[in-house]
Design a protein around this ligand. Sequence first.
Ligand code: UD1
Length: 424
Amino acid sequence: MDSILVRGGRRLAGRIPISGAKNACLALMPAALLTDDPLTLTNAPRLSDIRTMRQLLESLGCEVASLQAGGVLVIGAQEIANHTADYDIVRKMRASILVLGPMLARDGHAVVSLPGGCAIGARPVDLHLMGLERLGATLELRDGYVHASAPSGLRGGVVDFPMVSVGATENLLMAATLARGTTVLRNAAREPEIVDLARCLRAMGAQIAGEGTETIEIEGVARLHGATHPVVADRIELGTYMLAPAIAGGEVELVGGRRELVAAFADKLEEAGVSVEETAEGVKVSRHNGRILPVDVETAPYPGFPTDLQAQMMALLTLADGVSRLEERIFENRFMHAPELTRMGARIEVHGGAATVTGVERLKGAPVMATDLRASVSLILAGLGAEGETRVARVYHLDRGYERVEEKLSACGAEIERVTERAA
Ligand code: UD1
């Protein structure tokens, strides 16, 4: 099993290219199920989660070709040969539930395994199911699977989400493109990944208005066609690498990033005393002297502070000159990185959904273990600013969401390498 070894204390200087967004790509790929023409996605990230989605689509009968070493995906769903998304794939990745809406909309039936437990809280899919029922689907839960049917097709309706859900908004947005009549999604998610999906669907012939606001209106069409769509830049990767020079010191330009994708996060970074500057090619982040200032952070749906950057932000605040408070409002159990950061000398107290971080002057390298994707990268960031060596074990979590992390960071002067340990 691979580990990542970081020797801290190196200032960073250089440029890091930002990849296409994992979470956008995971919603765009199932959109291919809506048409019998091929859908081409450019700027796709090369990540294990993307390979899992590819495997799932292939299991449904799609043909997927990857060109330019995985940067371009051509997905053809001429016919959906199998309408069952099997537990063995779905359990690996929750985003698998996103094949439900498209399959149901196109062929009037679909069977998808329930995603099951997840390390960061209960994470149910009730909102996805409630929304599809509003569009006329009949659902039955049997043997851990959702059996969905709409023999004469879905019909438009009003879906009023009781809470904001990125995945449920995506599932419903896709399903509604082929439903008869008008669908209105209220209290819809506004994340850039939703906007990207709506743009792609529109390029495929869908009629959509209001994406990026809390009300999205979709006028169903009889059929969609193929398109070519570039995946939006990954705002979570962007924010993560913005923290690298903030923690280690130095100056790094994030090429292809845009401040507006992470505005609430960038504001907090500046409040902590880090400089964020827009450039012709992206965003430049620098920190030269002095301690980080403490800040309070509360996660919220977009345009608020993203939950997917909370762990990484905590790594920065462990080094602040004072006390910071982080409140996690999207997921339960999302502080698994806290005890690991504590092993590196951080002072963190967690009470329910909030963490109090009392900054220390220096972290010390230690062997630590990653428990989820964002937690693992927060430990790498902490390692960049720590004295000595940090070994982050179980990095398969990292490979789900970060492309070539060690290459991108070492190109800026970080001492970081991947080590493969063979089982004895
Ligand atoms: C997506 C992102 C994930 C990010 C999250 C929140 C992908 C592949 N993943 O996950 O990285 O952390 O948005 O920004 O895009 N909920 C329900 N019932 C549902 C659905 C969700 O109660 O049917 C709850 C969840 O438990 C959670 C909250 O709603 O507390 C938000 O979840 P949601 O926005 O749906 O997250 P995902 O789409 O799963």
